[in-house]
Design a protein. Structure first.
Length: 145
């Protein structure tokens, strides 16, 4: 029994020492600055003054120019391609493609439907119009090269 009491005494002493060390380690915050007294706000005016609106004036339109500015030059779409020319034009279009057979097959389909093959080996799709641009595969990817 005395062994239990001595153990209890030992732990209580250890606990009290650890609390005193812990309290010494805590950083004490400085007290907050005193609050400034709130000054009362003056009374609002007894009656608001009526708002006077000036008479509205219609906006003045600038005179319309008698000479219209020149319109930008319009590029004409390439002439419609005959079906017999599709193979030759698609061969040129797909000449530098990584998979020329796949490209030529898709290009021929687009050429027959839209009657157009864009110039060059890449890009310029806008020159063939919406038919060529909007044609897609079943997966939703652009079909025409």
């Amino acid at each position: 029994m005395s062994n239990t009491k001595s153990l209890l005494l030992f732990f209580s002493l250890l606990f009290s020492l650890s609390l005193s060390v812990y309290s010494d380690l805590q950083v004490k915050k400085p007290p907050p600055p005193p609050l400034q007294p709130i000054t009362p706000v003056g009374k609002p005016p007894a009656s608001p003054q009526p708002v006077v609106t000036p008479p509205s004036q219609r906006p003045v339109k600038p005179p319309s120019p008698s000479n219209k500015p020149p319109s930008p030059p319009t590029t004409q779409p390439p002439p419609p391609v005959m079906p017999k020319d599709c193979a030759r034009l698609c061969g040129i279009r797909c000449g530098s493609h990584g998979r020329p057979n796949v490209c030529i097959r898709a290009c021929n389909t687009c050429c027959l439907r839209c009657k157009c093959v864009p110039p060059g080996t890449y890009g310029n799709r806008e020159k063939c119009g919406k038919c060529y641009i909007n044609m897609t595969t079943h997966g939703g990817r652009p079909k025409c090269p």
